[in-house]
Design a protein around this ligand. Sequence first.
Ligand SMILES: [Zn+2]
Length: 84
Amino acid sequence: MTYVPQRMDLQLKRKRGIAPSPFLPCPFCGGTDIEIVVFDHRDREGLPAARQCSGCGCQGPWDYIPNEGCTTLIDKLWNDRVAL
Ligand SMILES: [Zn+2]
């Protein structure tokens, strides 16, 4: 029986559905396709990563994040940088 996995899958889909693209447009090319880049391997502090515009390749400030699915910190760094 696979009732439990099905329920988890539904929850994941619902979570993605209520998460709109939180990014301000790229200050250089106006792109809104903002991807994640991971610079190196995980170390004691986490995963060094930043947000990057896939249109022109400019990057926001980097910081350590807990994992690739938890990007709240670098999302905020991108938006703060763009808003300057
Ligand atoms: Zn750009």
